[in-house]
Design a protein around this ligand. Structure first.
Ligand SMILES: *Cc1c(COP(=O)(O)O)cnc(C)c1O
Length: 374
């Protein structure tokens, strides 16, 4: 087949995307059909159900937004905030900062609570800030900070917000399908994720889910959401059980075939088996990296299994190593961002790539590169 360009076969061990299983790509290459075709609508109902199972929720307002993870973030924030609303945002990395930017653009007033990059969000500090700002509309934070590899205690943070009648908005882009998420059990109100991290589907879809309380908030807004495309009130009827499936926008039909197949693979494996697989891969990576004398940015109890921030040794140019891995080993890893630029590598073991084999390949390739550059 001639496509006019040649795609290399990379091993994607960065912060996402992860490698897509063959059956997901095969699902995507089936014939395109109409997005109002009964066969397609039936498939969309199945996607909704599988999203509910993987998020552990019964939320009726659960759907895949036709855009990447960042659009999931924007969907949650623009729907729940009206101009002048206060939003407490915990920032311990790039994606917390992006949430602040979204709050501002939605006309909200951010109350920014900063934490050291590489550390989790401190629930004690958040408790104090919630007490200082009883009128805040919501609390937003990132469960799995992909820019640093730190895991925050989503359960405790959501419960703190819930106790005070404040809505919680949680970024589960990197955690979903890799470590436990329990939307109903944790009483999270608005959650978004992405397809290309631990689901190992193609990029471009943001699953979102809203609690009844969050849905009520959207219904009782006084001003319309400033984004027509992301306005949930326009698609709520569409996604309700037995809802009238009317035209809103053309769904990315083939991309959703891929999402359906990737979700099917997750449920086939079992969520808990999948979490255990991520954990085992991470443990193999830790063992290997420590044997090379390398150390981790994040303290052990807060480390994410699917995103490993490894400190660049003194005197090593991290970009040279990363480029050598890409060109000589067809292996992609991530760089540090913001204050961590030049200081860490980010090794992702996400979804399909969460295997001991991938972990060992990363260790031996990094070892060879470091030896060669000595
Ligand atoms: C990747 C990521 C996003 C953004 O997702 P895109 O699909 O790149 O828009 C948001 N939050 C976190 C924690 C991420 O890892």
């Amino acid at each position: 087949m001639s496509t006019g360009f040649t795609i290399p076969n990379r091993l994607l061990l960065g912060p996402g995307p992860s490698n897509t299983p063959a059956s997901v790509l095969a699902a995507m290459s089936q014939p395109t059909i109409g997005h109002l075709d009964p066969v397609f609508i039936n498939m969309m109902d199945q996607i909704k159900q599988m999203l509910q199972v993987t998020f552990k929720t019964h939320n009726r307002l659960t759907m895949p937004v036709s855009a990447p993870g960042s659009a999931g973030m924007e969907t949650c924030l623009v729907n729940l905030l009206e101009p002048g609303d206060q939003a407490i945002v915990a920032v311990n990395g790039v994606f917390g900062k992006r949430m602040v930017e979204n709050v501002v653009r939605a006309g909200g007033v951010p109350i920014v609570v900063e934490f050291e990059w590489g550390r989790p969000v401190d629930p004690q500090r958040i408790k104090e800030v919630l007490n200082e700002h009883p009128q805040a509309r919501l609390l937003a934070f990132v469960h799995a900070e992909t820019s640093t590899g730190a895991r925050s205690d989503a359960e405790t943070l959501c419960c703190l917000a819930h106790e005070r009648g404040v809505l919680s908005v949680v970024d589960m882009v990197t955690s979903w399908c890799g470590i436990e998420v329990d939307v109903d059990g944790w009483k999270a109100d608005a959650v978004y994720s992405g397809a290309q991290k631990c689901l190992s589907a193609v990029p471009g879809i943001a699953p979102v889910t809203f609690s009844e309380k969050a849905a009520d908030r959207i219904r009782t807004r006084t001003k319309p959401v400033q984004s027509w495309f992301l306005d949930m009130s326009l698609v709520m009827a569409y996604w309700a059980e037995g809802g009238q499936r009317a035209y809103h926008h053309t769904a990315p039909v083939n991309t959703l075939y891929a999402i359906h197949e990737a979700l099917r693979l997750v449920l086939d494996e079992g969520l808990e088996n999948r979490w255990a697989r991520h954990k085992a891969a991470h443990e193999a990576l830790v063992k290997g990296m420590e044997s090379l004398g390398l150390s981790f940015l994040v303290e052990e109890p807060y480390r994410l299994p699917m995103l490993n921030a490894i400190k660049v040794p003194e005197g090593v140019n991290e970009a040279v190593v990363r480029n050598k891995l890409l060109t000589d080993y067809n292996m992609e890893i991530g760089a540090g961002l913001g204050p961590l630029q030049g200081k860490i590598w980010r090794i992702g073991l996400m979804g399909n790539n969460a295997t001991v084999e991938c972990a060992n390949r990363a260790v031996s390739a990094l070892d060879e590169c470091l030896q060669a550059l000595k």
